[in-house]
Ligand binder design. Structure first.
Ligand code: TNX
Length: 530
């Protein structure tokens, strides 16, 4: 008996293949600490997934579904607080210094253990997923399958920032349930935790508000270019929020006010602050024109162009604030996350004193509906404080003003982080008013030092917005978002020093994964794609 035991424990662990070792070193975002041991763990149809308790059952199931889809196996879940001898073990019994989102991933030749709080375990399994061959991402072909081998070693990982997001503008062009869910899947793969949905703009109103039904009925009926538009019912929005939450993503709804509001003014004339919709390609900013003043309180026309900054809510009317409160109340009630984004950008035709009063009313209304207000940087002109989050996109003076008033910043500088900027002058879609943003430029900046006079404690995180004036379908989304998004995810997550020369090699190794997901990515010449 003794001899058998000795023989068994002497069973030599196999060395990992060079591919498995490379995979261990090519994770995006780069983990905090990676120690490679170099033996092999193999996933087989006999592997069992053990979870420490029923609280993480959905995460275990997510892992099983993902592995089963890629391998064609039929792995199932077991529950046990005690670590098994072999297989995959997800456990919430973890080192408390990992915080809410950190995790450890320990791989021996017999056992893979991911430990953390639920969000941490979820991120740990996104890392685990990247250690397998890219074929894990796709339903298996009938032909020979790779060995599902990963290298042994230990990864300990904790994120740098707590806000790691992307914004999707569903107002300029409407994107439906399937597209938004795919967007959620794509950003969750890179450990982002915020989906900011830009739900209203001049061209369209995209969320059902039961007390103001014409917003979607009329205001949601078109989009840039004159297509048919669309909107989410409150029930559909709830489904998106749940889908995001199962991937540890918080949805931040944005209703852009007091500018960028034409779709509402076209639906309810009493909200109109007196601006006419410009003729295509022309912005009429002359408030003194009798023509424009005459249009006050009358519904505007629907707008399908791409100009910004021509519309405003009417300030001197309590009805406007009833409208704002109804919208914030209904949308807050179906948003489990703590944030409500009020926009506040480019209100070029709102008088400055009225703009400031609007912002001050927004802060009260959002607070009284139990949410924390987020606004584009211009809101820092109002009475903002540490209860408000300011999203920097253009002017340093607003970022400084926000910080001086105690607000936290989300860094989204347009010339670095805007996903709708073209890569170069040949990009088939996108704008370039802020910059051309090649993949290296998108990665080469530091959210901490980008704006002067700002410290670590002022920065909540990083967000990459995708505005969709030129973006019409999922292929267009993918072309602009990939391959820049993994870089933004890394700027938000990773703590170490960053080097484009090192990163571009890792990014190039993700091409087989992009292909496995059928992502229509931009094949930048700056990246050594494999
Ligand atoms: C500026 S950035 C805007 C958006 C446009 C975008 C296009 C910001 C807060 N407002 O309304 O869609 O530029 O790049």
């Amino acid at each position: 008996i003794l001899l058998v035991a000795v023989t068994a424990s002497c069973k030599r662990a196999k060395d990992a293949s060079p591919e498995a070792i490379a995979q261990f070193q090519n994770v995006i975002p780069m983990p905090d600490s990676v120690v490679l041991e170099g033996k092999a763990f193999e996933l087989t149809k006999e592997t069992t997934i053990t979870i420490s308790g029923s609280d993480i059952q959905p995460i275990g199931q997510y892992l099983a579904d993902m592995l089963n889809k890629g391998t064609g196996f039929n792995l199932s879940l077991k529950t046990s607080e005690k670590a098994p001898e072999s297989g995959i073990f997800l456990t919430t019994s973890a080192d408390s210094t990992l915080g809410k989102e950190g995790y450890t991933l320990t791989i021996t030749s017999d056992l893979v253990t991911i430990a953390g709080k639920p969000a941490g375990i979820f991120y740990g399994l996104q890392t685990l997923r990247q250690l397998f061959p890219a074929a894990i991402e796709k339903a298996p072909a009938a032909s020979a399958q790779p060995a599902w081998e990963i290298a042994t070693g230990t990864i300990r990982d904790v994120p740098m920032y707590s806000w790691r997001g992307s914004m999707l503008d569903v107002a300029r062009h409407f994107f439906g349930m399937d597209d938004v869910k795919r967007y959620i899947d794509l950003i969750s793969y890179y450990k982002m935790n915020i989906l900011h949905l830009h739900l209203s703009d001049d061209q369209g109103w995209r969320i059902e508000i039961k007390s103001w039904p014409n917003l979607t009925k009329h205001g949601g009926s078109t989009q840039v270019g004159g297509g048919k538009g669309g909107f989410f019912t409150q029930e559909q929005y709830g489904e998106l929020v749940n889908y995001a939450s199962s991937r540890f993503i918080t949805v931040v709804p944005e209703i852009d006010m007091p500018g960028h509001i034409n779709s509402a003014l076209a639906s309810y004339g009493e909200l109109n602050g007196g601006i006419q919709v410009p003729k295509e390609g022309r912005i009429e900013l002359d408030l003194s024109s009798p023509d424009i003043l005459g249009a006050k309180t009358k519904p505007t026309q629907l707008y399908t162009g791409r100009e910004v900054g021509f519309s405003t809510l009417r300030y001197n009317k309590e009805e406007t604030f009833k409208f704002i409160n109804d919208v914030v109340r209904e949308l807050s009630a179906i948003t489990p996350g703590p944030y409500f984004h009020v926009g506040g950008d480019e209100a070029h035709v709102t008088k400055k004193d009225e703009y400031i009063q609007f912002v001050n009313r927004f802060t009260e209304i959002v607070k009284s509906n139990g949410k924390k207000m987020v606004g584009w940087e211009e809101v820092s002109q109002g009475n903002v404080d540490d209860n408000v989050i300011v999203q920097h996109w253009s002017k340093e003076k607003y970022a400084l003003e926000a910080v001086q008033k105690g607000s936290l910043l989300i860094m989204s500088p347009a010339n670095k982080a805007y996903l709708d900027m073209q890569y170069d002058s040949t990009s088939r879609i996108g704008l370039h008013w802020a910059a051309y943003i090649e993949v290296d430029s998108a990665y080469n900046w530091d959210p901490l030092t980008y704006s002067h006079g700002i410290n670590r404690e002022n920065v909540l995180g990083v967000e990459a917005p995708l505005w969709t004036e030129t973006v019409e379908n999922m292929n267009d989304i993918e072309y602009l978002v990939f391959p820049r998004l993994p870089g933004y995810a890394e700027l938000g997550w990773s703590t170490g020093t960053k080097s484009w020369e090192e990163y571009k090699v890792r990014l190039g190794k993700h091409a087989p994964r992009f292909k496995a997901w059928d992502i229509d990515y931009y094949k930048s010449a700056k990246v050594p794609w494999v």
